[in-house]
Design a protein around this ligand. Structure first.
Ligand code: SGN
Ligand code: CA
Length: 539
């Protein structure tokens, strides 16, 4: 009897040891999985990253990600606007499937987002900064997010424990919070997913006081198409309300004090003064005002002395310079702060096994075609920056020119973390490309669909297909117009060649491919109509 119970005891003990060993092995496996640091800024044009072009600004820290990893030169979005892009990133689905067609439409929160899958799979997850996608992020163990668009100066954050307002400049604060989470708050036994999301450089562009001073003295080269007259383009480009000349507001955007405009007796846009007074300007505290006010005064002095004698062209050039000074000043802070986080990863020994991604929720016009803002399928808004570093897998200093999309992030991250990918995600994992294997990549075209119309900036609804060589787009709703651009021969997209007989075969071929693509991604004329009906019933 005694002998039997000793054997039983020994077997149980052995069993427990085996369970312990297997748990430890499992723990080690989990710990080996890569960390993911997803850095996204809001409205950061690839033209303003020196890894792409150093005409405007040097961004040595963001460039580091490409120098030590991979630069994607043809990354693009499925819908060039904030919340729909974020919903695509989180769900791995096109806009018409996840249903967040614009910034206002509600999101069906029963849908799976990739951070939830990371959390379930044993990752420690967090989201810091601008979400612009509801106020209760799913699948994160911790969050500190800006409500809605958030503020640049002394911003308020929503946290699991309630709201808090932090004094200072938003880009620095989000970074302080992120580094603090990485260093102090997370469980070091688990791999992490950190969504580090900047508000900058979203309109209305308010740099930190130091960058405001530094950048207000700089002059930037004008883009070739700043004075575009939209000849040879469709109606949509002609009627969009996003020109620097007419739509950019002198105070709200360009920081001319409303008094200076009144002093000159200018017939100002009625929104300008009201917007300016409700803007970040009203958030500057007593200690910060002496840092901002002298620069605001000098901008107004310059405006008052030069504006009255300027031609219309010179006025646009002046506004362009003010725009770039503030926009690029905001990005320079992002770059400095990205440098701080990369340094932290180095110092803490985390860099080797951490995938660092830098991207934006879409591109942006920096005066090209006379515009600011985004929304169009045309290149500056359709393309988005993408730089990825993963020392364990990516060969440093590599460039990739495949047409990858924000649609692909979820699947890429899941596959990298060895988490099963849900069948209904619509992207492709970028893992083979990251590992330098292009043989498995057979995507030759991408699909795009923009919906938010009629609305701010009045960019008409359109969908289209883009290949490396061509772009075919259909503008619909209150127009029915097709546009075709020859991307190789007309890189600035100045001539719609849809009706040019020389392109007839291309038009036929692309129509067929677009139709097939709409079927593949489950978009349809019925869905176009459904979203118009929902949109109109809401307004
Ligand atoms: C705000 C801006 C627009 C911008 C949208 C969407 N106007 O409405 O210029 O297009 O956000 O941007 S502002 O007067 O409020 O500055 S998005 O990035 O959030 O989609
Ligand atoms: Ca945006």
């Amino acid at each position: 009897m005694a002998k039997k119970s000793t054997i039983q005891f020994q077997l149980t003990f052995l069993f427990l040891i085996l369970i312990f060993i297997s748990c430890e092995e499992h723990k080690k496996e989990i710990q080996k999985r890569p960390n993911i640091l997803f850095i996204m800024s809001d409205d950061h044009a690839y033209q303003a990253i020196s890894a792409y072009s150093d005409k405007l600004l040097k961004t040595p820290n963001i460039d580091r990600i490409a120098n030590e990893g991979m630069l994607f030169t043809n990354a693009c979005v499925t819908n060039s606007i904030c919340a729909p892009s974020r919903a695509t990133i989180l769900t791995g689905k096109h806009t018409h499937i996840h249903g967040k067609i614009d910034n206002i439409m509600s999101f069906d929160t029963t849908q799976v987002t990739f951070p939830q899958l990371f959390q379930e799979a044993g990752y420690e997850t967090a989201m810091y900064g601008k979400l612009h996608f509801g106020n209760n992020p799913k699948g994160v163990d911790d969050f500190m997010i800006l409500p809605g668009q958030g503020n640049y100066i002394n911003p308020k954050f929503l946290t699991p424990d309630g709201d808090t307002t932090i004094t200072g400049y938003v880009t620095d604060i989000i970074t302080d919070l992120t580094i603090n989470w990485l260093d102090q708050k997370r469980d070091p036994e688990k791999p992490f997913l950190m969504m580090y999301l900047h508000k900058a450089p979203h309109r209305a562009w308010w740099p930190s006081p130091e960058k405001f001073e530094e950048f207000s003295k700089k002059t930037f080269p004008e883009p070739e198409t700043l004075f575009d007259d939209y000849e040879n383009r469709g109606t949509a480009a002609k009627v969009a309300e996003m020109t620097i000349s007419d739509e950019m507001l002198l105070s709200y955007d360009n920081k001319v004090l409303p008094e200076a405009i009144a002093d000159l007796g200018i017939d100002d846009d009625p929104r300008n003064k009201r917007y300016f007074e409700g803007s970040e300007y009203s958030r500057i505290n007593e200690e910060q005002m002496p840092l901002y006010q002298p620069i605001l005064n000098s901008i107004s002095d310059d405006f008052k002395s030069r504006w009255p004698s300027m031609s219309d062209r010179e006025k646009t050039s002046w506004k362009y310079q003010r725009y770039m000074q503030d926009y690029l000043g905001c990005i320079s802070s992002v770059d400095d702060n990205v440098g701080r986080v990369l340094d932290y990863l180095d110092e803490s020994g985390l860099a080797e096994n951490t995938i660092v991604v830098y991207t934006s929720d879409q591109g942006f016009y920096l005066g090209e075609h006379g515009w600011f803002d985004k929304r169009f399928i045309y290149d500056e808004s359709f393309k988005t920056p993408l730089l990825i570093r993963w020392p364990n897998e990516i060969k440093p200093g590599t460039t990739n020119d495949e047409m990858v999309q924000n649609l692909d992030f979820a699947q890429t991250f899941l596959e990298a973390a060895q988490i099963e990918v849900p069948d209904d995600m619509q992207g492709e994992s970028l893992l083979p490309l990251l590992k330098g294997d292009t043989t498995k990549w057979d995507r030759e075209a991408v699909y795009y669909h923009y919906y938010e119309y009629p609305a701010s900036h009045m960019v008409k609804r359109h969908y289209g297909i883009v290949t490396k060589e061509y772009k075919l787009a259909h503008f619909y709703y209150d127009v029915d117009e097709w546009e075709l651009y020859d991307r190789k021969n007309d890189p600035h997209e100045m001539k719609n060649v849809y009706n040019d007989p020389e392109y007839a075969t291309t038009v036929t071929k692309l129509h067929k491919e677009l139709k097939e693509m709409r079927i593949k991604y489950k978009d349809s004329p019925e869905l176009d109509k459904k979203y118009i009906d929902i949109y109109n019933s809401r307004n």
